[in-house]
Design a protein around this ligand. Structure first.
Ligand code: SF4
Ligand code: SF4
Length: 126
């Protein structure tokens, strides 16, 4: 199972109008590698690439859901959603093999400048 992703991080190269994500896969991680996340704010979408930085497009170019992104740009209603890998094992939705068993997740952080500014809003401490 793979959750549907809704994301409002409008400064990410993968962001598509309608709070959709055009990445092929996203990685949700603990913000601090040495500390288990205990609250939403301690999680992040590591796949964030800053759209203000032109090199970000090159860095993120190999992780694009190309067909979905094109369809998503043409049709704002088109459902686009990446696969999700998550290492936040302190979350109640975390499953063996770094999967997320939630039906849907919300990635949050409008105007983010870096990964650390983004969060998985669906995180709940297990
Ligand atoms: S922040 Fe993450 S979920 Fe949001 S558009 Fe970027 S890659 Fe996708
Ligand atoms: S809801 Fe939990 S398991 Fe799913 S992506 Fe977010 S932090 Fe990871």
């Amino acid at each position: 199972m793979n959750p549907t992703v809704k994301c409002n991080v409008n400064t990410c190269t993968h962001y598509l109008y309608g709070d959709r994500c055009g990445a092929g896969n996203i990685d949700i991680l603990h913000e601090n590698e040495t500390k288990m996340s205990e609250v939403v704010d301690q999680t992040m979408c590591k796949t964030f690439h800053d759209a203000k930085n032109v090199f970000s497009y090159l860095g993120s170019a190999d992780n694009i859901n190309a067909l979905g992104t094109i369809a998503g740009i043409i049709n704002p209603e088109y459902k686009v959603s990446p696969t999700v890998m998550c290492s936040v094992s302190s979350c109640k939705y975390w499953g063996e093999g770094s999967i997320c068993v939630a039906e849907a997740i919300a990635v949050n952080g409008p105007d983010s400048n870096e990964c650390q500014d983004t969060n998985c809003q669906t995180f709940i401490l297990r």
